[in-house]
Design a protein around this ligand. Sequence first.
Ligand SMILES: [Fe+2]
Length: 476
Amino acid sequence: MSTQEKIEIEENFFLSGNYAPVSEEHVAEDLEVIGEIPADLKGYFMRIGPNPVFVANPAKYHIFDGDGMVHQVEFDGGKATYRNRFVDTDGLRKEREKGSWIWKGMTETMEDMAAGTPPPAEGMFKDLVNTAMVFHNDTFYGLMEGGVPHEMSLPNLDTVGPNNYEGRLNHPFTAHPKVDVETGEMMTFGYSPMPPFCTYSVINAEGELVHSTPISIPKGVMMHDCAITDKHTIFLDLPITFDFTRAMNGQKMLDWEPENGSRIGVVPRMGSDEDIKWFEIDNCMVFHVANAWEEGDEVVLLACRANKTEVGDATENANDADMDMTDQLALFTEWRMNMATGEVTERNLDPVNYGEFPRINDNLAGRKTRYTYVAGIDQNQRGTPFNREMKYDGETGDIQVHPLGEGCKGGEAIFAPRVGAVDEDDGYVILFVRDEINQTSECRVIDAKNFEAEPVARVKIPYRVPFGFHASWVAK
Ligand SMILES: [Fe+2]
């Protein structure tokens, strides 16, 4: 890398510090531990994130643009092993063969679309697989919402390849499908700037795509997450819109457009467009839901709600101290949709702690859950703001806070049930932590039933683990 290239990269917040990509893949066994890894913790903790190899224009690099890399800690027998691997996508292979970038980043690609500049011969978008992961039908997948699920092996994280469900998948596949552990079904959807703006699909326990229907919404929107109950699937039509006319007039193709309104759609699991019930809500942005379930006539939804978003600006500007971010930070919120009366109510569950990346005991997705774990945001920090974890008790309203410590930054945590667990919170909350002061990375294991205590184990990772997006737990 030339000095000039290095300077340009450091000018982009999301290519510097602990956002900077790593280039090497490692395996490290029998890791040093502060504390003790519980003997009843057995499985794989993983976090995926953007880790660009070739960057077309560092000044316009967006945090969504990087090639996917998975960082894994395998727990077994009181010991831990670390692995990190690139997701070996077709796009990354082609760029490696060329030795340079082929695809521009999201911002420049949308500018090119608006200007009528033709896309690369290899296709409009690179299938990055950098956002989240899911385990379904005994198969582990890396996901990105513009693309196709990529199967990866465990424990070694070899990329097996994309799965288009025998050609039946006819839409992009969200990074946040939901698996009903009781039935084995996986509910998914995709959105598009062009009609159909949203398409919903159900994949059965055997991995067959058995149901697919368009979901009509007024305009193309960025729809990042969905929710399920045991009967319904829930869609969030929120006003972060795609607009080609706007783009051709020199404005942003993806932008906050409150005039488009906000609504929650509830459709029976195997239902179609005509079966959906829409509930108009106050304008807001929800990136991530925690869970949803049925209570009599009501469908209850828990999610992290912000007043708005300017996600399209998550480039070098993210470290601009003059930007007021408060409106874009999320608070834990409940909606109750009454399927009989059509009424919807919204209730803030914590007016104090901004947070994101809500997670539950995934074995209960779609069923009533008492506990939600949310990564707490320090609103005074820029860009790397996760400095604590919250545990919400929906029965008592109690909020427990686990601070990560001075200079320590986290991210999404998952809940890993203890082997033989009975209670909902009988298990461990696990996350990667970056100690910015000592420049070290570790994986922390917190006893979920003793949430505010020190972690039971701090697994020292001998390599830098960059900040990433979503985490996953796969039991062995
Ligand atoms: Fe996400």
